[in-house]
Design a protein around this ligand. Structure first.
Ligand code: FAD
Length: 218
């Protein structure tokens, strides 16, 4: 990995969301990104960097990421230990998981598992007024990260292990029970199993591959 393009950013704020999930806010330092893109981040001086979707909006004067500490992981555990004021290295934003300009007025369906909600938070903040529905697959209702920031009728938590979700079951169960309107563009982000299963179900509903955009986290 080329370390030349890395810049040092300092943590401005930390928001604990659950025992393992948290948001890190940094100074923006003029970093340019398009909603949906990700940055590479790691400890200062470390060669271990990982991708994190930008959570904040294109016009915010700060930069945020939403991280879940992975039990067996390395960098997410390091990020969890950081305190306000600590430095991290950040590499500029990249990625093709974006909404094309010509699609901005179309009907959009966002489907996330867990922290896969991050790029959708950025879409929604960056492009107010987009005609979207957000399905969020989580195990427990307390994992509905900052759900109060979404319009109630647009945010559907799909909760598999307690009864407090808007929908009881996984996002795949939701797709089995609900028809997706024709001409909807679908954006999928999160773990690969969820993405593959959703793609099959969408295909069965007649949604073409060209109308589906994916971002695989792991
Ligand atoms: C484009 C892109 C954007 C991403 N954006 C985000 C984001 O916004 N927020 C975020 O938390 N993560 C995001 N990830 C995942 C992130 O890059 C790391 O893989 C994750 O934080 C684990 O890193 P680690 O060093 O702790 O674990 P590692 O030591 O790299 O990996 C340990 C194991 O954990 C698995 N793993 C990775 N993520 C998870 C997970 N969430 N749950 C369970 N197992 C997992 C890996 O496949 C691996 O087997 C993104 C990944 C990609 C490719």
């Amino acid at each position: 990995m080329n370390l030349r393009d890395h810049k040092i950013y300092r943590i401005q704020e930390i928001r604990e969301l659950t025992e393992s999930a948290f948001i890190l806010r940094f100074d923006r330092h003029g970093l340019n990104f398009m909603a949906g893109q990700h940055i590479l981040i790691g400890l200062e001086g470390s060669s271990e960097l990982r991708e994190y979707s930008v959570y904040s909006g294109e016009k915010d004067d700060f930069l945020e990421i939403l991280v879940k500490e992975v039990e067996t992981g390395m960098v997410s555990k390091q990020l969890k230990k950081l305190k306000v004021g600590d430095p991290v290295q950040v590499e500029s934003a990249v990625g093709f998981f974006r909404i094309n300009k010509e699609d901005i007025d179309k009907k959009l369906l966002f489907i996330a598992s867990g922290t896969g909600i991050a790029p959708f938070h950025s879409f929604i903040k960056s492009y107010p007024g987009i005609n979207h529905t957000l399905l969020h697959g989580i195990r427990y209702s307390h994992e509905a990260y900052e759900s109060e920031s979404y319009e109630d009728f647009r945010y559907i938590s799909c909760v598999s292990k307690d009864q407090k979700g808007v929908f009881k079951g996984r996002v795949t169960d939701y797709l089995k029970q609900n028809r997706i309107e024709e001409n909807t563009l679908v954006y999928l982000c999160g773990n690969s199993d969820m993405i593959l299963e959703c793609k099959d179900l969408l295909e069965e509903q007649g949604i073409s591959n060209e109308s589906i955009y994916t971002e695989v986290y792991f």
